[in-house]
Design a protein around this ligand. Structure first.
Ligand code: SF4
Ligand code: SF4
Length: 603
C-alpha cells in the first residue's frame, strides 16, 4: 500500500508537457521557474552550483551571483518584499553565512514566496565539514522539504513556493550530493502565470524587526508554525509505503533510495516535509510495524525528533560520519553483502593537485622556501596544503585566513618565521574584506597574498565582483582590487606576476621583512582560462641530475621515471607555463618540439 502524492506524480496530472532527464539541481531550477519565480540569486558552492546556472538560462528570469550567501538572501528578501517569487541557492556552509537574515526572515515572513535550496555534502566530497541542515530548519523554524530524486526536486520546489506564501515563511529545499547530481526522469510542466503583485504598501509592523514589532512577529511565528504542524499531518509530501510489517524505516532524501535498495521488503515512511515532522502519522506508522528504525546521514535529527514524540526507535549502528550507501545500511541490519566483483587493488592513488599550469603554484613553492606560517582559505588554493607543496598551516572557512593571521600576530607570532595569509580573489570578495578591514582598523601588520586568477575557479568558473563577469553576461564593472585594498587603508600594496619565481620570492621576502601591513596581489589568469596551449616542455635526460626539485612543484605533468629516477614531463598534460624551468637549477627543462635540440638550447 502506498499513500503519497509525489511519487506517483498524481498532483501533476494535466500539467505535464514533456518528460526529460534532469539532475536534481536542474529540477530545482525548473521547479522554481514553473512556480513563477522571476529572480534567482546565490553563491556558487558544490553541490548546489548548477542550480542557479540552469535557472539563469530559462526564459523571462533574472539571475545573479552575489559576493556571498548573506547578500544573496538579503537580495531575495527584497524581491519578496516587492511581491515577486525568488529562488536562492547555496551549499550547507553557505547557510551559516546566510543564517542571520534566515532567522529574522522567519519573523517577518514573506510577500512573494522565497525558496532556498541548501545542498548538504555528507561525506565531504568538496567541503570543509559535514552539516545536517535539518537542524537549521528546526532552529530557525522555517519549513523544509527533502526531495529524493529529480522528479521530487521539481515538484517539491514548485510546492515550496505555494507553502512559502501560504504560511508566510521562507521554505528550505534540502538536497545532498546524490540528489543534486544524479539524473532521473521528470515531467516538465508549464510556468504558472502569476498576477502582477498588488501595489506596494509599506508595512513596518511586518518588516521592521525592532523589538516592539519583533515581539509581535515572534508570537505570530508560533501561530504560523502551529498551522504548519497541522499541514504536516495531511500533506502528501510525506509518503507511507507499507510492505513487510516486521521492519519499518523512517527516512528522507537519498537515504530513502538507499533503504529501498538495501531493504526492498521493509515498510518505509519517507519524509518529504522534514520540518515540522508529522507526529501523528509517524505514530501511526510506528504502530503498524513491529520494529521502527530511522536511517539518516550526518546527524541524528530525525531520531531525536521521533523519540521526542515518545515513539520508540530501535538502536541502529549506522556511522554518523560520512555518506550512507546501501552496503552500509545492509551491514547495520546484519545482512551480508552480496558478492561483488573483486576490486582492483593495484591502482595508483591520486591526490588532488593544483592544475598543470596553475598560475599560483610558484607562490606556494616560494612560501615553502621562505618557511612561512601560512593561514590559507577555501577554494583551489587550499590545495597548496597538500604535498609536495605542503605550504599551508590552516584552512578553516571562507575568509578566515586574514583574521587568523592577525590572531597569530596578537599572540606574539611564531618565532623566526613570517606569518602570511593567502586568499583567492573570489574568497576575498566573499568575506576576506571584513578581515582585512579589521586588521587595518586595529593596527595589525603582517602580509596578505591575494591570489587573483580572474575567476571563481574551484566551483567551475563563475564570475565575481573582482572580475566583473555576471551570471547572465550582463554589462558590469570589474572592481579594481588594488584601489579597493588601498581604500581600506593598506599603504603597502603591490601587484606581481606569479609565473616569475624570482619576483615572487623577492616580493614575499621584502613584504614579510616590513613592519607594516602589506598586501601582494599575485595576478595571472587561471590555467583553464587560457585557451591556447603553449608548446609543452620536456626533460633533457643528459642534463637532468635527478635532484627532484621540480617534483616539489606538484605539477601533475611531471613525474619520476621509475627506471632512471629522472624527471619526465607528460607533454599531453603540460600546458607550457614554464614554471618548472624556473625551478630547475641545471637547465634540464626545455621546450619540446622541432625547434628544441634537447641540449638545453631552444631555437
Ligand atoms: S629539477 Fe631539473 S635536474 Fe632536478 S630532477 Fe627536475 S629536471 Fe632533473
Ligand atoms: S611547463 Fe612545467 S610546470 Fe608548467 S605545466 Fe608543463 S610541466 Fe607543469
Amino acid at each position: 500500500m502506498i499513500l503519497c502524492g509525489n511519487r506517483v506524480h498524481g498532483h501533476r496530472r494535466g500539467l505535464r508537457v514533456s518528460r526529460t532527464l534532469l539532475s536534481g539541481n536542474e529540477s530545482v531550477a525548473r521547479g522554481a521557474w514553473e512556480a513563477g519565480a522571476v529572480v534567482g540569486v546565490g553563491y556558487p558552492g558544490t553541490p548546489s552550483t548548477e542550480t542557479l546556472e540552469h535557472f539563469a538560462k530559462l526564459p523571462d528570469v533574472y539571475a545573479e551571483w552575489t559576493p556571498n550567501e548573506k547578500v544573496a538572501f538579503e537580495v531575495a528578501a527584497g524581491v519578496s518584499l516587492a511581491g515577486s517569487r525568488v529562488l536562492v541557492t547555496m551549499k550547507h556552509v553557505g547557510l551559516n553565512v546566510a543564517a542571520d537574515p534566515l532567522f529574522t526572515l522567519a519573523y517577518t515572513g514573506v510577500r512573494g514566496g522565497i525558496v532556498l535550496l541548501v545542498a548538504d555534502d555528507p561525506g565531504m566530497h568538496s567541503s570543509q565539514n559535514e552539516q545536517d541542515s535539518h537542524n537549521y530548519a528546526a532552529f530557525a523554524r522555517v519549513p523544509m522539504v527533502d526531495p529524493s530524486d529529480s522528479a521530487e526536486a521539481l515538484a517539491f520546489t514548485r510546492q515550496a513556493f505555494e507553502m512559502s506564501e501560504r504560511f508566510d515563511l521562507p521554505v528550505l529545499v534540502r538536497s545532498t550530493v546524490r540528489v543534486s547530481h544524479a539524473k532521473s526522469l521528470v515531467d516538465l510542466g508549464e510556468r504558472v502565470q502569476l498576477p502582477e503583485p498588488a501595489p506596494y504598501l509599506s508595512d513596518p509592523q511586518k518588516w521592521v524587526m525592532m523589538p516592539a514589532m519583533a515581539t509581535r512577529r515572534r508570537l505570530d511565528l508560533d501561530r504560523r508554525i502551529s498551522e504548519l504542524r497541522e499541514f504536516a499531518e495531511e500533506t502528501m509530501l510525506n509518503c507511507l509505503e507499507l510492505r513487510n510489517r516486521s521492519i519499518g524505516v523512517v527516512c528522507a532524501g537519498a537515504c530513502y533510495l538507499h533503504v529501498r535498495e538495501a531493504l526492498p521488503d521493509a515498510s518505509t515512511f519517507k519524509l518529504g516535509l522534514t520540518f515540522p515532522l508529522s507526529e501523528q502519522r509517524l505514530r501511526e506508522f510506528a504502530a503498524s510495524v513491529e520494529r521502527l528504525y530511522v536511517v539518516e546521514e550526518a546527524d541524528d535529527y530525525f531520531t531525536r525528533t521521533v523519540r521526542s514524540f515518545g515513539i520508540e526507535v530501535e538502536p541502529l549502528a549506522i556511522p554518523k560520519a560520512g555518506e550512507l550507501t546501501p552496503g552500509v545500511i545492509r551491514s547495520a541490519f546484519g545482512i551480508l553483502e552480496p558478492e561483488t566483483r573483486e576490486q582492483e587493488t593495484d591502482l595508483p592513488g591520486r591526490s588532488p593537485l593544483l592544475c598543470a599550469g596553475c598560475p599560483h603554484r610558484l607562490v606556494f613553492y616560494a612560501l615553502r622556501q621562505a618557511d612561512a606560517v601560512v593561514t590559507g582559505d577555501i577554494g583551489c588554493y587550499a590545495l597548496g596544503a597538500l604535498k609536495p607543496l605542503g605550504a599551508m598551516d590552516s584552512c578553516v572557512c571562507m575568509g578566515s585566513s586574514i583574521g587568523m593571521a592577525h590572531g597569530i600576530e596578537l599572540a606574539g607570532g611564531v618565532s623566526g618565521r613570517p606569518v602570511v595569509a593567502v586568499i583567492g580573489d573570489s574568497t576575498f570578495a566573499h568575506s576576506g574584506l571584513t578581515g582585512l578591514m579589521n586588521t587595518v582598523y586595529n593596527g595589525g601588520t603582517g602580509t596578505i597574498l591575494i591570489l587573483d586568477n580572474r575567476i571563481t575557479a574551484m566551483t567551475g568558473h563563475q564570475g565575481n565582483p573582482i572580475n566583473g563577469i555576471t551570471l547572465q553576461k550582463r554589462p558590469s564593472r570589474e572592481i579594481d582590487l588594488e584601489v579597493l585594498v588601498r581604500a581600506l587603508g593598506v599603504e603597502r600594496v603591490r601587484v606581481e606576476n606569479p609565473h616569475d619565481l624570482s619576483a615572487t620570492t623577492a616580493a614575499i621576502a621584502e613584504e614579510t621583512a616590513s613592519d607594516q601591513l602589506s598586501v601582494i596581489i599575485f595576478r595571472a589568469p587561471c590555467a583553464l582560462l587560457i585557451r591556447e596551449k603553449a608548446d609543452p616542455y620536456a626533460v633533457d635526460e643528459d642534463a637532468c641530475r635527478k635532484c627532484g626539485l621540480c617534483f616539489r612543484l606538484g605539477c601533475p605533468a611531471i613525474s619520476r621515471n621509475e627506471s632512471t629516477s629522472q624527471a619526465s614531463i607528460d607533454t599531453a598534460a603540460c600546458v607550457g607555463c614554464g614554471q618548472c624551468v624556473e625551478v630547475c637549477r641545471y637547465g634540464a627543462i626545455v621546450r619540446s618540439g622541432s625547434a628544441c635540440d634537447f641540449r638545453g638550447a631552444e631555437g
